[in-house]
Write a new protein. Structure first.
Length: 379
């Protein structure tokens, strides 16, 4: 794409009042972004109201600076591109969603080969969930993603704190590929805590945004990008989610797009499990093993399962030992208070706290806010 064509697309994107739907209408009518701006006001008003037609005839004041910023960004390295509707580099699955992005900014190893990117996206799965997961939920996300990565499945998520970050990390640990769909411009990393993770993703996968360079982390942009996460993927797995979680938006969008929706159940007492339980009630497939997801996604994924090894290699966690610690048995898998554990075990406070600390250091127990303790499944 040359500078003149890029300028036309940026102008279309930056013109006030012209959203994706209006832009697609204009592109269908006139054939290209450049052709839109060659039309007279009279011709434009045949497609739009006079206010929008007038806006299109006026160049946005920020266009020149945005164009230069984008050109500088593109020229900085080979692992980045701007893909627009109709480009070979534009991910084909997004053409089938209700509101495909007008432009996509893409950064990472997958950008250098359109064919490799297409094949990778064809075998992809979204993993989403809470930004404030329980320790077990975060562990589940990482373990499932690692299993999928080792099976050759690309993990798609949103680079957010919590489940998203664990999913990206797990896929990379499994030697797989992962795609992060972000809610800022690609010249920014949000949250900053994930700067190193973002660099790892770029080296082994791709980061995607529909937002122009320089876009800050605006609250409204994060739910908006969810349709891209689900749209890129063959299915969406929700690991943990409260009832008002944005992850449920992604799951709903996936269902509307005709994609599979999966959910991992949890404790009936955990607020972070209620969203997953609601999805299961609505028809999402209950998932206990990575194998459950692979079987549901079809023959191509089943062949990858066989290549990855036995079903045991895809379990989220290995079986519990035959003889468990009595304190672990008393703890169960629900978040439990110290008082409740004392009542169940009869141990005095000092001895109980000492044993809990030992189990915590061993990674078998996690300490939660509010003075609660949670047993961790073996991983």
């Amino acid at each position: 794409m040359d500078a003149q064509e890029l300028s036309a697309w940026l102008r279309l994107e930056l013109t006030p009042g012209v959203g994706n739907a209006t832009a697609r209408k204009l592109l269908a009518a006139f054939g290209s972004a450049q052709a839109i701006f060659e039309q007279s006001s009279a011709t434009l008003t045949q497609q739009l109201n006079s206010k929008l037609a007038s806006a299109l005839r006026s160049e946005p004041p920020e266009l020149a600076a945005q164009l230069q910023t984008t050109l500088d960004w593109l020229q900085a390295a080979d692992d980045r591109c701007v893909a627009v509707l109709g480009d070979a580099a534009y991910p084909a699955p997004l053409l089938d969603i209700e509101d495909p992005p007008l432009m996509l900014y893409m950064l990472g190893a997958l950008v250098t080969s359109t064919d490799t990117a297409s094949k990778t996206i064809a075998k992809s799965l979204a993993i989403v969930g809470s930004r404030n997961p329980t320790p077990q939920g975060e562990s589940n996300a990482r373990q499932f993603a690692r299993a999928f990565g080792s099976a050759g499945i690309c993990v798609v998520s949103g680079l957010a704190l919590g489940i998203d970050g664990a999913a990206h990390d797990g896929a990379l640990l499994g030697g797989g590929t992962t795609i992060a769909v972000v809610g800022t411009g690609l010249d920014r990393v949000y949250p900053k805590k994930h700067l190193e993770l973002a660099h790892r993703i770029a080296r082994q996968g791709m980061i995607i945004s529909e937002f122009p360079l320089g876009t800050p982390p605006l609250t409204a942009n994060f739910p908006k990008r969810n349709r891209i996460i689900s749209g890129l993927s063959r299915g969406t797995l929700v690991v943990e989610a409260a009832l008002q979680s944005g992850s449920l938006i992604t799951a709903r969008l996936a269902a509307e797009q005709g994609k599979e929706v999966f959910a991992i159940p949890g404790s009936i007492h955990s607020p972070q499990s209620r969203g997953c339980h609601a999805l299961i009630k609505q028809g999402a497939k209950l998932v206990e093993l990575a194998q459950d997801v692979l079987e549901e996604l079809g023959p191509g994924f089943a062949r990858l399962t066989d290549a990855a090894g036995s079903n045991d290699s895809l379990e989220a966690s290995p079986p519990e030992p035959a003889q468990a610690d009595p304190l672990l048995e008393a703890l169960g898998f629900d978040a439990t208070s110290l008082d409740a554990l004392q009542a169940r075990t009869g141990l005095d406070t000092a001895r109980l706290q000492a044993q809990l600390l030992e189990l915590e250091l061993d990674g078998q127990v996690a300490r939660l806010p509010g003075g609660l303790f949670q047993r961790m499944a073996a991983g």
